[in-house]
Design a protein around this ligand. Structure first.
Ligand SMILES: [Zn+2]
Length: 447
């Protein structure tokens, strides 16, 4: 169904719309492309796609349509998270026994309620995620964020995170390129959307994936049409992975300042850099008893017992953590590196690493946006990072990312404009997934 823009601009044009069509009128539209907002826009959604975007004028629509008065409101793309994990956590415990279809759905419902309309799940998944993803894509499961899965991520024998709580035995420990290629094939045949690898010795405590193996993983992933994402820590690894054609750097470089050589390589290979600043904060912030533990916007999706656990056991653990000083330093380095890379024109994506204990889906995506602004990015750069750039990094930009005619209507209607203050992202009126309103009362209420 197409309408002519010229007709829309005429005063009192009557556009006949099919039953179930949605028209948001008079709204300020930030489409995610990075261009200036469109004031007084009309956005028409039929089925699950945007069919028309008009500017100004008066549009009268037939009674069949649902018309939303967008005056004073702002419409932005839904957030796309390049680094999340679903299904693993219950309360503050990460364990494979937690991984059920219901828990995956619950996590995705929480993401959606905060405006995260697509998340990835990077390397800690079990089979239920495939069923859930496919049910969402078929339209059988509504009101939850879409998910792209890497299934199990790659590491090497005795590599990180083979000993991490709750993920023991989950990562694929590969020891040569041929084995790595065979495993990429197996993941592709099992329905993975992308591949994930951990390239990190964790301060020398674990074996690190050899560059010959990471190169083979990336090459084979691309042969199978899959995106390749990496967890990394060191500048040197970011460089060789960029040269190997990595698509997404899924954490900040944290062992020191990024340099011109890295910038040149990231630009040359069109690599997306996704900083996960909240992930760094999560390693020490509970020692400081942050104010936001009392915020309704946080507590609405987190049970009182979990909040209590953060105030007590998590606070104590982080207060005594021998790595607390280095964790705080890592955060500061990550903030500076983000600004440096953004200023150099590197593609900045949006990612949080939410899902593990203490890293809360939904709330942390909003906090990540705020930290990116604190690092020196503009609110517009942040919006572009979670829409246009994230969708391109995942290869889903034909259908998702920016708000444009022909695209899926995953979007957030805000009661205020985030360009002046990024915290206005919290001012959610309605989250739309494929043009359907996600009920705000369907919030996670974990007992
Ligand atoms: Zn992760």
């Amino acid at each position: 169904m197409r309408f002519s823009l010229a007709a829309l601009l005429l005063s009192s044009t009557v556009v006949g719309l099919a039953q179930g069509t949605l028209a948001i009128r008079g709204v300020t539209l930030i489409d995610g492309s990075g261009g200036p907002p469109t004031l007084n826009a009309t956005v028409v959604v039929a089925g699950d796609r945007i069919v028309l975007i008009g500017e100004g004028g008066t549009l009268q629509v037939s009674d069949n349509a649902t018309v939303v008065d967008g005056r004073g409101k702002t419409l932005i793309p839904g957030m796309i998270n390049l680094h999340g994990h679903v299904g693993m956590t219950n309360g503050l415990v990460q364990a494979q026994e937690n991984y059920t279809r219901d828990n995956v759905i619950e996590n995705l419902r929480t993401y959606a309620s905060y405006g995260v309309t697509t998340t990835t799940s990077l390397g800690t998944d079990l089979n239920p995620v495939i069923d859930v993803r496919d049910a969402i894509n078929r339209g059988e499961l509504r009101g939850v964020a879409r998910v792209l899965t890497a299934l199990q991520g790659f590491t090497t024998a005795n590599g990180y995170p083979t000993q991490a709580p709750g993920v023991k035995g989950l990562a694929l420990e590969v020891s040569d390129p041929a084995e790595a290629r065979a495993q990429v094939d197996r993941l592709a045949d099992s329905g993975a959307d992308l591949v994930k690898m951990w390239v990190d010795s964790h301060h020398g405590n674990f074996e690190k994936l050899h560059p010959n193996i990471s190169r083979a993983i990336i090459d084979q992933a691309h042969k199978r049409g899959l995106i390749a994402a990496a967890h990394l820590y060191e500048l040197a690894d970011a460089k060789h992975l960029a040269n190997a054609g990595l698509d997404i750097i899924a954490h900040s470089v944290r062992d020191g300042a990024v340099d011109r050589d890295l910038i040149r390589r990231l630009l040359a290979r069109d690599v997306t850099y996704a900083p996960t600043l909240t992930r760094e904060q999560s390693t020490f912030v509970y020692a400081d008893l942050p104010d936001w533990l009392d915020e309704a916007f946080f507590a609405r999706s987190v049970s009182p017992s979990v909040v209590q656990g953060l105030r007590t056991s998590m606070r104590e653990t982080q207060s005594k953590d021998a790595e607390q000083a280095i964790n705080r330093k890592n955060f500061r380095v990550a903030m500076r590196n983000l600004k440096r890379l953004a200023d150099a024109g590197v593609k900045i994506g949006f990612a949080t690493d939410t899902g593990p204990p203490g890293r809360f889906p939904g709330y942390f995506e909003h906090w990540e946006a705020e930290l990116m602004v604190q690092a020196g990015l503009t609110p517009m750069q942040v919006i572009v990072s979670f829409s246009k750039t994230a969708s391109e990094a995942l290869g889903i930009d034909r259908d998702f990312g920016t708000l444009a005619e022909g695209k899926i209507a995953d979007m957030i209607l805000l009661d205020s404009n985030p360009l002046g203050n990024i915290r206005n992202l919290r001012d959610i009126n309605t989250v739309y997934l494929g043009g359907q309103s996600v009920l705000q009362q369907s919030l996670s209420t974990h007992p």
